[in-house]
Design a protein around this ligand. Structure first.
Ligand SMILES: Nc1nc2c(ncn2[C@@H]2O[C@H](COP(=O)(O)OP(=O)(O)OP(=O)(O)O)[C@@H](O)[C@H]2O)c(=O)[nH]1
Ligand SMILES: [Mg+2]
Length: 348
């Protein structure tokens, strides 16, 4: 999964990027034109457990790539800056919108208005989509191609004209597929990250109500504090979080929300060579899931040997799980579930 961090100038995008990834990209660099990139391992206690059991040569966690887009070079410019920035966010699967709710006259002066900022950001995503769709409509009209694609694009344009993001438009599978090539921004899953500041004094009631209406999940944390914690060694991190009364790190909060939002689940493979987590869409069938590992598995799929992690850990390993009849043989129509430990049988 690739996540793009967007937000108005000085919202704390780079600070949040550091908090989520443990990077130390420079913050407060007004008008920096460089994007920051980092890959994190998705924390997964099931993988930790399986590694203890199998002692594999290699342990591989699922990964998330974060892109922190540069803020606009000019305070009056649009929130998302220039073409380069827009191209960067077109390539991501999920958007994380950072809004400023911290009050700090020195580092980020001006009114603290998280709802207004979020609305501004969202309008900008919608306007960018409108530009793309209008161009396409014009071309199709010129070529006299007023078929189903034209109708679909018209429907999207009308929706945007009512100032509603495309993610709220009901689309069937064929329509969603037809639109995927346009990389429409307001269609991407969007997660709202409220950068609360140290004292959490900003009122978020209106913002929360609006986000709920727009079906945008919210997480909130203080970017500055979480950034400092993310730079510490793991053992120290836990201690600091507890000391500050923070129940869960920003990274863990974020990962959970992003998986839920994007309808993603993990299945696991375990053996002496490697213990590994794989990310798939909820509802994936066993052969598709196997295809994540290798296209041969999908092509030559025979059966999947499946045991849930819950059964595996409760019974204490594969042998015990087999004895208890908890290892199932599943066919092509099996819908993979989160936490399934799978061994694929295939033949090519
Ligand atoms: N007090 C306080 N300051 C913060 C917090 N988060 C960010 N800042 C400060 O706000 C300023 C802007 O933060 P950045 O993370 O650079 O913001 P940005 O959105 O990446 O900025 P641009 O990329 O220039 O648009 C920096 O000086 C940060 O130190 C916070 O939670 N509390
Ligand atoms: Mg920045």
């Amino acid at each position: 999964m690739k996540v793009g961090i967007i937000g108005l100038s000085k919202a704390g995008k780079t600070t949040v990027f550091n908090a989520l990834t443990g990077s130390s990209a420079q913050t407060g660099t007004y008008g920096a034109q460089k994007a920051n990139l980092a890959v994190i391992k998705v924390p997964d206690e099931r993988i930790d457990y399986l590694s203890e059991v199998y002692k594999p040569k290699k342990t591989t966690f699922a990964e998330i790539t974060f892109v922190d887009v540069p803020g606009p070079s000019d305070a009056n410019a649009s929130a998302l800056g220039g073409t380069q920035t827009i191209d960067l966010i077109k390539g991501v699967d999920t958007l994380a919108a950072v809004v400023r709710a911290f009050i700090d006259e020195l580092t980020s002066p001006g009114e603290v208005a998280p709802l207004k900022d979020f609305q501004e950001l969202e309008s900008e995503l919608m306007v960018l989509d409108l530009i793309v769709l209008e161009k396409k409509i014009e071309r199709l009209e010129k070529e006299h191609k007023k078929g189903t694609e034209y109708e679909l694009i018209k429907k999207c344009k009308d929706w945007l004209d009512e100032e509603k993001p495309l993610r709220l438009l009901e689309l069937d599978e064929t329509e969603a597929k037809a639109l995927s090539g346009f990389q429409l921004l307001s269609l991407k899953p969007l997660l709202l990250v409220v950068n609360t500041g140290e004292d959490k004094s900003a009122d978020l009631t209106e913002l929360k109500a609006f986000a709920a209406e727009r079906r945008v999940p919210i997480i909130d944390f203080c970017g500055a504090i979480e950034m400092e914690i993310a730079e510490m060694a793991a053992a120290e991190q836990a201690e600091f979080l507890e000391g500050l009364g923070i129940s869960e790190s920003a990274r863990n909060k974020f990962v959970r929300a992003a998986y839920e939002l994007s309808d993603l689940i993990s299945f696991l493979t375990a053996g002496e060579d490697e213990v590994r987590a794989w990310t798939v869409k909820k509802g994936s069938l066993a052969p598709q899931a196997g295809g994540k590992i290798h296209s041969d598995i999908e092509r030559g799929f025979i059966r999947a040997e499946v045991v849930s992690f819950a059964d595996f850990s409760a019974l204490g390993g594969m042998t015990k799980a087999k004895e208890a009849g908890k290892v199932r043989l599943e066919g092509k129509q099996y819908v993979v579930e989160d936490g399934d430990i799978i061994n694929f049988r295939f033949n090519v």
